[in-house]
Structures are given as structure tokens and as C-alpha cells.
Design a protein around this ligand. Structure first.
Ligand SMILES: Cc1cc2nc3c(=O)[nH]c(=O)nc-3n(C[C@H](O)[C@H](O)[C@H](O)COP(=O)(O)OP(=O)(O)OC[C@H]3O[C@@H](n4cnc5c(N)ncnc54)[C@H](O)[C@@H]3O)c2cc1C
Length: 278
């Protein structure tokens, strides 16, 4: 792999030195799969984050904590990741690029990149939190991190934590792309928690490949809350999502086509969850 426009490739002795370099304008590099495709316009220092002890997966407060330089392949091979939320993270990861891409790509680099992602909708649906350092350590919901545009500020992501959903919960992910190795034209991640009367206690419906990092369908989530998980409720939710999604047109698909896909993928995700929880 080679990256253009590097003035110095810095191997920092510790996280503090890495953060200081990034705050001084250096570009953090993890797997380099995105930096390589989008090198800086002018020569810049780069900081190799893979020399820091930021890789690894551990059980954490009933969920899983994943270090930022953990590769997507390492995540895919980990039994704790495979077990979380009925396996939806693993289901999604096998659809991210190719095995070669996943061998290099890291979770921290992916989240810092913050666009065109299969990973982010699933992590948002699971209420993941993110930890980063910009001179001091911070932990925040992933949704808040993107809402506040923090991924565009000088910082180093150090880990992501995925909580285990409640007992009566189901999650699903669907991706629609032209070929198996391509970015999605549209994707969708949903999670439903049921209460002890089998009504929906909490819902997450997230659509990816929109102009935003990923669009949380808040009105659909409010509509679902408190209702039974029936085919009629699912159909209405899917139609609401199609009407509300901030779809865009680009060289891969029109906004109208993406709206149709939204209805189909939301319906399929919610139906899959209903079948699993029946
Ligand atoms: C051929 C190809 C196919 C792909 N297919 C898919 C797909 O199907 N689905 C999908 O979701 N994605 C896909 N991607 C995107 C891929 O998942 C990302 O490029 C990858 O995850 C980025 O991780 P990285 O470690 O290589 O990041 P890097 O390239 O190292 O960095 C990416 C960005 O994050 C910054 N950065 C890196 N690490 C950190 C950190 N810890 N803290 C703060 N900033 C950091 C870098 O400065 C850079 O701006 C594809 C990419 C390619 C090249």
C-alpha cells in the first residue's frame, strides 16, 4: 500500500503524542484504505495509529468494547461480536467490501471517515457509544458524536462500545448493492425491544446511503413505540420511512429508487425481527 503526499510518517510513542500531532495538523492513519484513496492535496505529516495499543475486543458491562485499531476481520472472527444482538453485527460485517478490505480496515478509521457506511447504521441501531481523545478522554453516544460533527474535528477515536440489547429484542440489517463487493445503494438497520405484553417498547430504524452519515427515522420510531408487532404496523412503518427518508440522486441510483428501496428494506428488516421474536 502506498499513500501520496506524506511529508513525515510518524510512529508516536503513546496516545498523548499521537493526539498532539493530530491537533498540530497531522493526519491519523489506521488501515489506510480510505487515506490512500483520498490523500491530502498538499504534503502533510501522517500519524500511524497501529503502533498504539488500541486493538482488541473485550466484554464490557454486558456488551462488547472494541479498540479503534481492531480490524473488521478481527471483529468478524470474535465470538463476543458474533453473539451480540443475535449476530446482526457479524451479518453486516460480511457485507463490507471484500475479505482483503476487511483485513486492513479498522473500526476507528471507519467511524472517523463517517460516510457511505454499512457499519454506522447498525451501530446506531444498537445505541453504541464512542470514546475518543482530543487532549482529554470523552465518551458519547455515536448518534451524538455525528450530530455534533465531532468526526470532522482533530481527535483520535480510541474505542467503540456496543451494549447488549434487552432480552426480548431483535435486530436486522439489509444491504442493497449492485455487486457483492460494492458500497450499498441503500442499507437499513432496525432494532425492536418488546415489553412483557409483546408491544414495542423501543424502536430504532436507521437508513444508510443518504446525504447524512445515516438517517435515523425518528417519526417511524415514535410510531412503532407502544404498538404490537403486526404485519399492518410493519407496512405502515415502511411506508412512513419511504416518505421521510432524505434520499439523494447520484450516479448509482435516483432518489426515487432509493425511496422505493427504503420501503422494501425497512419492511424486510422489521418482518425478519417479527419472525424471530414470534
Ligand atoms: C474498495 C473498498 C470497498 C469498500 N466497501 C465498503 C462497503 O461495502 N461497506 C462499507 O461500509 N465500507 C466500505 N468501504 C469503506 C471502508 O470500510 C473504509 O475505507 C475503512 O473502514 C476505513 O478504515 P481504515 O482503518 O482503513 O481507515 P483509514 O483510511 O486509516 O482512515 C480513514 C479516515 O479516518 C481517519 N482516522 C483513522 N483512524 C482514526 C482514529 N482512530 N481516530 C480518528 N481518525 C482516524 C483518517 O485520518 C481518515 O480521515 C470500502 C472501502 C474500499 C477502499
Amino acid at each position: 500500500m502506498s499513500i501520496a503526499n506524506v511529508s513525515r510518517f510518524v510512529r508516536p510513542p503513546d496516545l498523548g503524542a499521537a493526539v498532539a500531532a493530530v491537533r498540530a495538523g497531522a493526519i491519523p492513519v489506521s488501515g489506510g484504505t480510505d487515506v490512500m484513496l483520498h490523500p491530502p492535496a498538499q504534503a502533510a505529516d501522517m500519524v500511524d495509529l497501529t503502533v498504539l495499543p488500541l486493538a482488541g475486543i473485550e466484554s464490557y458491562r454486558g456488551g462488547v468494547r472494541i479498540g479503534a485499531t481492531t480490524t473488521l476481520t478481527a471483529m468478524l472472527g470474535d465470538p463476543r461480536v458474533a453473539a451480540i444482538a443475535g449476530g446482526v453485527v457479524a451479518t453486516m460485517l460480511v457485507e463490507v467490501g471484500s475479505p482483503l478490505l476487511r483485513n486492513r480496515a479498522t473500526i476507528g478509521g471507519h467511524l472517523a471517515r463517517g460516510r457511505l457506511s454499512d457499519v454506522i447504521p447498525v451501530l446506531l441501531a444498537l445505541d453504541a457509544t464512542i470514546t475518543w481523545n482530543d487532549g482529554s478522554a470523552h465518551t458519547q453516544s455515536l448518534a451524538g458524536f455525528y450530530r455534533e460533527g465531532r468526526h470532522r474535528t482533530p481527535l483520535i477515536i480510541t474505542s467503540i462500545t456496543i451494549p447488549e440489547p434487552p432480552a426480548r429484542s431483535g435486530s436486522a440489517f439489509r444491504k442493497f448493492s449492485r455487486t457483492a463487493f460494492e458500497l450499498a445503494i441503500l442499507n437499513c438497520a432496525c432494532r425492536l425491544d418488546l415489553d412483557d405484553r409483546a408491544a414495542i417498547a423501543a424502536a430504532r430504524v436507521v437508513v444508510g446511503e443518504t446525504p447524512a452519515v445515516a438517517a435515523s427515522m425518528n417519526d417511524v420510531e415514535v410510531h412503532l413505540a407502544g404498538r404490537p408487532l403486526t404485519p399492518e404496523v410493519i407496512v405502515t412503518a415502511a411506508q412512513m420511512a419511504a416518505a421521510a427518508v432524505p434520499a439523494r440522486s447520484d450516479e448509482r441510483a435516483t432518489a426515487e429508487y432509493r425511496r422505493v428501496l427504503t420501503e422494501v428494506l425497512v419492511r424486510r428488516c422489521l418482518t425478519e425481527i417479527a419472525e424471530r421474536l414470534a
